[in-house]
Write a protein that binds this ligand. Structure first.
Ligand SMILES: [Zn+2]
Length: 347
């Protein structure tokens, strides 16, 4: 057996397509991190120190190697003028008003200064605390959304999809402004100490954009942003028909995460097709097993994922999308228990 690694070493080995000591563990884990330490959704979303306390619990109690300081989709869109509503209940804050209401208004949107966007500052603070408190042992992600996804946070998805067909030139003006802002955000997160960037390319899926639409309108902005990122990137693709084959070879991308339990791309298929080019992150179904199953069920699912994609390294156990806030700590712990039990190298 390989000598025990720190979480950060373990994740970096997997991202570099090597065998770590064991399969690393993480998740798209936002408000559930606050919930397990009794922090309210609003406090978690607006206070970087509280966000870091929640994420630290995922490392110390949950056994996660990768930490995911992030709150909700609107926290960056506020920088372009969208408004967010915080509710008292255990639900993620929602965008209550979009900054851009018609294609013409893209001309008026300005790139933001990360120091003036509260949402970026929350992440910067959370990353800083985690790096300091955990003494560089955990792998801390800077979490971002790609330009096209961000456009659908500055303007409604239905409106943006109309613009894709009717006003692509005006939409492109918006995407350029957004990309400029996101390049600045990435720099701020890297300077805060992020070990990697988790870039959510959530609209690159065929039920939202066709291959041609993604190619013609969205792709160049993703590439422009990725070329400016200097740490390893894990791409996240939402949806049921993700365009994984168009994304795996992007610059800076070292890993890819998608809902393998709910799409046509199983982990074992992706391992054959891309396993020698990018690290695969998945296996945990955020919609079923970890939410509704027992710890034993979660362990079984994790074991199956390791069998599908763990061989030879280049694999991380990860949820397919955002873990529900109601996910229990016992089920979170079951993922790292399975990684130790079934994912110790050599497999
Ligand atoms: Zn997703």
């Amino acid at each position: 057996m390989t000598e025990e690694m720190t979480s950060k070493e373990r994740v970096l080995a997997a991202l570099n397509l090597k065998e770590p000591d064991r399969v690393p563990v993480g998740s798209f884990a936002t408000h559930v991190a606050g919930k397990i330490v009794g922090i309210s959704v609003k406090d978690y979303a607006t206070d970087g120190e509280k966000m870091a306390i929640g994420q630290r619990a995922l490392f110390e109690k949950g056994g996660f190697d990768i930490l995911f300081p992030f709150s909700h989709v609107g926290m960056i869109a506020e920088g372009w003028g969208s408004k967010v509503r915080y509710m008292d209940a255990d639900v993620s804050p929602l965008i209550s008003e979009y900054a851009v209401k018609s294609a013409d208004e893209w001309k008026e949107v300005e790139p933001f200064d990360p120091e003036e966007v509260a949402g970026v500052q929350v992440l910067v603070k959370a990353i800083g605390h985690l790096k300091e408190w955990l003494d560089e042992r955990a792998f801390v992600l800077g979490v971002m959304f790609c330009p096209m996804t961000s456009a659908t946070h500055a303007c409604s998805l239905s409106n943006v999809l109309k613009q894709v067909k009717r006003n692509p030139d005006l939409l492109s003006i918006g995407l350029e402004t957004i990309t400029e802002s996101l390049i600045r955000e990435a720099k701020a997160l890297e300077e805060a100490g992020a070990d990697g960037i988790f870039l959510a390319v959530t609209r690159a899926t065929r039920e939202i954009l066709t291959r041609k639409q993604y190619e013609d309108i969205a792709r160049k902005w993703d590439e422009k942003l990725l070329r400016k990122i200097h740490v390893p990137v894990i791409l996240h693709v939402c949806g049921t028909d993700p365009l994984l084959d168009m994304l795996v070879d992007f610059p800076s991308v070292k890993g890819i995460n998608w809902w393998d339990r709910g799409t046509n791309w199983s982990l074992s298929d992706a391992k054959v097709k891309f396993g020698d080019r990018t690290c695969l992150a998945g296996g945990i179904d955020q919609t079923r097993t970890i939410l509704m199953g027992s710890p034993k069920d979660v362990e079984e699912e994790a074991k199956d994922a390791i069998e599908q994609a763990g061989k030879g390294g280049g694999f991380i156990l990860f949820s397919g999308c955002d873990l529900p806030i109601a996910t229990s700590l016992e089920n979170i712990q079951a993922v790292s228990i399975a990684a130790k039990r079934y994912g110790t190298y050599p497999l």
